[in-house]
Design a protein around this ligand. Sequence first.
Ligand SMILES: Nc1ncnc2c1ncn2[C@@H]1O[C@H](COP(=O)(O)OP(=O)(O)O)[C@@H](O)[C@H]1O
Ligand SMILES: N[C@@H](CCC(=O)OP(=O)(O)O)C(=O)O
Length: 368
Amino acid sequence: MTDSPRKRIVVKVGSALIAPHKQGCSSHYLLGIAQFITYCRIQGIQVVLVSSGSVAAGWHHFEGQAQPSVTVKKAMAAAGQADMMATWNKLFDFPTAQLLLTHGDLRNRERYISIRDTIFSLLEHGLMPIINENDAVTADKLKVGDNDNLSAMVAAAADADTLVICSDVDGLYDQNPHEHPNAKLIKQVTEINADIYAMAGGASSDVGTGGMRTKIQAAEKAISHGIETFIINGFNADSFSQLLKGQNPGTLFTPYEKPMQEHLHWMTHTSQAQGEVIVEDDFDLALDQHSEQLTSDDVVEVKGDFSVGDTILVRKGDGTKLAKAKSNYSSCLLSFITEQDDQAFASEFQQKTGPIISDKNIAILKSI
Ligand SMILES: Nc1ncnc2c1ncn2[C@@H]1O[C@H](COP(=O)(O)OP(=O)(O)O)[C@@H](O)[C@H]1O
Ligand SMILES: N[C@@H](CCC(=O)OP(=O)(O)O)C(=O)O
């Protein structure tokens, strides 16, 4: 990465690299990653580390747990997180800082901005943020659930140029290489579509979460923010030398030339819709792109309980997702207007109150 235009990278490290045998943390594979990070910092590149491995690192404290329950996994995470941080800290001669996040934090716009501010402040003062999901406290409803997607959300929040996902395979293959020995490595992906998703299977190890599927989701989130994304083999120290030389050691996902605006990216990829507006089948936002044309006449049904300013999903009755948007109406008010038999009253009301969705607060969804 000599003479690299990169200013900020996010490195995501999978569980198998932290605690390969579930016998506590091992620095065996982390040494190469730590050297890479140190070299990047010497080059003036800021680094954020997203580290998995709390469950795998804590596993050995809990005997006889072939298939631990969710509760035991949370306890493993609480025990392993401290070991994992201690192991990383031994490998760096600069200060680090721990951030444990949940999706509940990231999907709340105020907390998201606060997380961004904290990351920027740490980087500005020379500390490296080490981020993981707060597994010990997180209920399913509030979870990101896998650190691939978490790393992409973090990369977007940190305005990174590059996301490097270090895994236990060389990159994305046309099928799972652990099940198909003739699988071929895909060196570059310029568009993530249904064919790419069809190649990606789940995890084969009992410490990995999500497998290749969540890595593709992560790449999709990152490239739409203009962040180039690599999936590389973290077991192989040569991957890092190649990255430093500006080469591609695994699979490279090329970023969009025109990244989405920050708040629309957050709305699409991080925020969670609080409700749904079901529209007529012949209504198509993706075609006309004028969200202000959405009126109560187009609305068939209002679902969920949302307030003014919440994110909503606009979809057709057949399930086709058209857009995520910030609602200018609460669910109560929108239902009231939609249920009016007096069209003239409804239309006059909307003219006075303003559009259901404003053009600047709508993210059109592409269907894969
Ligand atoms: N098409 C594919 N290409 C590469 N790996 C795949 C593919 N489909 C499924 N996998 C699986 O994804 C695994 C990597 O994901 P995961 O186990 O979650 O690791 P990590 O801990 O690095 O996140 C691979 O070891 C492999 O078993
Ligand atoms: N947050 C969890 C890891 C979840 C996860 O996505 O793991 P991995 O697939 O190994 O990156 C932990 O620290 O154990």
